[in-house]
Write a protein that binds this ligand. Structure first.
Ligand code: 6SD
Length: 243
C-alpha cells in the first residue's frame, strides 16, 4: 500500500513512522510512505504558506494555493482514484471499521492541517473524506495521520505474525483482549493463572474467550452490544456475576 502524507512537518511524520512495526512494514516493502512538505508548493520568495484569516480572529490559515498544488502533484504519482483524507475534529470518527476500509485501498493521500486550519476552498476542491480520531482538539493533523497509518499498517497482510490479518476475520472482534502473562511464573506474589501452564490449547482458548467476555462486560459494556456471542457465551455471562 502507498500512502502520501502532505504536511508542514514532514520530518515529524517520517521520523515517527520509521520506528517500530510500521517501519518494518516499510522495510519489507508492504507499506510505502512518502512525506511531502506543503511548503515546497509555496510560490513566493519567503516560501510562506499561511496568511491571516478573512474576517479576523486569532492565528493563521493555511492558504488554498500551496495545499491544492501539493495534493494535485501527489495524485500524479499515485493510481487514479486515490482517496484524499483530511483529519479534523469535524470528520466522522475513526474506528476499527474505518481502519479496515482504508487498509483495503491500494493507495491513500493524507492531508494534515496546522495552525487554525486550511482555507475551506482547498478542502472543497481536494478532499474526499474527513476523519476525526476522537472528540478532542489537537494542534495539527500529523498525530491523527500517524494514528491512522499505524492502525491501517497492522492490518496489511504480512505486517503482524498472521498472513490473513487475524484482526479482520477474528471472532474476537468488538471484544477486549484477554490478559497476557510471560515469565516469571510468580511475580511479587502474583501467580500466572494455572490454565495457561496446562498445555491444553482448547482449555487455554476457552479461558481466554471467557476473560475477553468478562473484561468487555466490566470495562466496555457498550462494545458487547456489537459482539457476536453464541448462546453458550450469553449463558456464561448470565451465570457469572460481575463486580
Ligand atoms: C489545524 C488540525 C487538524 C487541528 C484534530 C483532529 C482531531 N481528531 N482532533 N484534532 C485536528 C486536526 C486539529 O489542523
Amino acid at each position: 500500500m502507498k500512502i502520501t502524507v502532505l504536511t508542514l512537518f514532514p520530518d515529524m511524520v517520517a521520523q515517527a513512522l520509521h520506528t517500530s512495526i510500521v517501519g518494518r512494514a516499510m522495510d519489507a516493502g508492504i507499506l510505502e510512505i512518502r512525506t511531502v512538505d506543503i511548503r515546497d508548493y509555496a510560490e513566493n520568495k519567503h516560501n510562506s504558506v499561511d496568511d491571516y484569516p478573512y474576517g479576523g480572529g486569532a492565528g493563521m490559515v493555511m492558504q488554498a494555493g500551496p495545499v491544492v498544488r501539493a495534493v494535485r502533484a501527489a495524485k500524479t504519482e499515485l493510481p487514479a482514484g486515490t482517496r484524499v483524507v483530511y483529519t479534523s475534529p469535524q470528520g466522522s470518527v475513526f474506528t476499527q471499521e474505518t481502519a479496515k476500509r482504508l487498509a483495503s485501498e491500494e493507495s491513500l493521500i493524507i492531508l494534515c492541517g496546522h495552525y487554525e486550519g486550511i482555507d475551506e476552498r482547498a478542502l472543497e476542491l481536494t478532499v474526499d473524506e474527513e476523519i476525526s480520531i476522537g472528540d478532542y482538539v489537537l494542534t495539527g493533523g500529523e498525530l491523527p495521520a500517524m494514528v491512522m497509518i499505524d492502525a491501517v499498517a497492522r492490518l496489511l497482510p504480512g505486517v503482524l505474525h498472521n498472513d490473513t490479518s487475524a484482526e479482520t476475520e477474528s471472532h474476537q472482534e468488538s471484544l477486549l483482549e484477554y490478559p497476557q502473562y510471560s515469565r516469571p511464573r510468580e511475580f511479587e506474589g502474583l501467580e500466572v493463572p494455572e490454565v495457561l501452564l496446562s498445555g491444553d490449547h482448547a482449555k487455554v482458548d476457552a479461558w481466554r474467550r471467557e476473560q475477553s467476555l468478562l473484561r468487555t462486560r466490566e470495562k466496555r459494556p457498550d462494545l458487547l452490544e456489537k459482539a457476536e456471542l453464541t448462546e453458550k457465551e450469553k449463558k456464561f455471562l448470565a451465570n457469572t456475576p460481575g463486580e
